[in-house]
Design a protein around this ligand. Structure first.
Ligand SMILES: NCc1[nH]cc(CCC(=O)O)c1CC(=O)O
Length: 317
């Protein structure tokens, strides 16, 4: 058992476990949650942990869409370098932003209990997505949300929207758009649940793969840290993410391709739904698989292969 780690191996105020994270308020909240769970699991003081904030390229470029500046790796590269060079011991990530393949020497096999997976509908004036008036202007820079909206509501006008929650709320107050979308998980973790006007049912808008999940990355050879992380790993989240991330991996998911996917557990069974879209929303292909929870990765790969076949070679062009 991880809890039986010999005490000389436990972090202490004199030899703290270094937790690497981005500096955004959400990233810090996730790092604090990780620290608090580890501290509780091993009855350690918070001084046995040190939060190390790492600047990443993606946070410094706010004026361009992510797909134009290199995609998901921009939020993780510097943090993974810090893990590999030993300046941090673990890295806390929003799994939604993680590339499907980890660099040589690193592993990601610890997940905290998943938050609300749904997207939030955010608007000062409109209660729900279906209440948006004809032709309304909505803001989102997420390729997935833009494609899903364009598909369901081709009448809507989409404008780019990036930045933190406060920036986006200001844009709404200024009338740049009447509504925007955020992950419920992020709002809940920031203590800003009231920002969500309503939560959007996954039937209406299938969330991003891994939305709401926090993953903790470590050096593959670091057995001491592996034992610590095993104590806070949430098995259900791990099973769901195995299916969703296998789906994403087979699709070679990148910021260029709108993809959605969600696995739910029903006892020892897993239900995986997946969706690929053309960016302009003119075509959506959805599918699902049901099987044993422990077969999630195979189900994800198979579902992706099915969608790729049905999409045909021209779909993503
Ligand atoms: N792409 C940015 C990002 N990465 C993770 C979250 C929210 C938290 C989560 O889904 O775990 C967000 C913001 C958002 O989509 O509102």
């Amino acid at each position: 058992m991880a809890h039986d780690l010999p005490s000389p191996d436990l972090p202490s105020p004199g030899r703290p476990l270094k937790i690497g994270t981005r500096g955004s308020p959400l990233a810090l909240a996730q790092a604090h949650e990780t620290r608090d769970r580890l501290a509780a699991a091993f009855a350690l003081p918070s001084e046995a942990f040190e939060i190390v904030v790492i600047k990443v390229t993606g946070d410094q470029i706010l004026d361009r869409a992510l797909k134009d500046i290199g995609g998901k790796g921009l939020f993780t590269r510097e943090i993974e370098e810090a893990l590999l060079d030993g300046s941090i011991d673990i890295a806390v990530h929003s799994m939604k932003d993680m590339p499907t393949i980890q660099p040589e020497g690193l592993v990601l096999d610890c997940y905290l209990p998943r938050e609300d997976v749904r997207d939030a509908f955010v608007s000062p004036t409109v209660a729900r997505l279906i209440d948006l008036p004809q032709g309304a202007v909505v803001g989102s820079s997420s390729l997935r949300r833009r494609a899903q909206l364009a598909h369901r509501r081709p009448d809507l006008q989409l404008v780019e929207f990036r930045g933190n929650v406060q920036t986006r709320m200001k844009k709404l107050a200024d009338g740049v758009a009447v509504a925007t979308f955020l992950a419920m998980a992020g709002l809940n973790r920031l203590g800003l649940a009231e920002v969500a006007r309503s939560a959007i049912d996954p039937e209406e808008m299938l969330p991003a793969v891994a939305q709401g999940a926090i993953g903790i990355e470590r050096r593959a050879a670091d057995d001491r840290v592996a034992a610590l992380l095993a104590a806070i790993h949430d098995r259900d989240t791990g099973l769901r993410l195995a299916a969703e991330r296998a789906f994403l991996l087979r699709l070679d998911g990148s910021c260029e391709t709108p993809i959605a996917g969600l696995a739910l557990l029903e006892g020892d069974k897993l239900w995986l739904r997946g969706e690929v879209l053309r960016p302009d929303g003119t075509q959506v292909i959805t599918g699902e698989r049901r099987g044993l929870a422990t077969d999630g990765a195979a189900m994800g790969t198979e579902l992706a292969a099915e969608l790729l076949t049905r999409a045909g070679p021209g779909f993503f062009a």
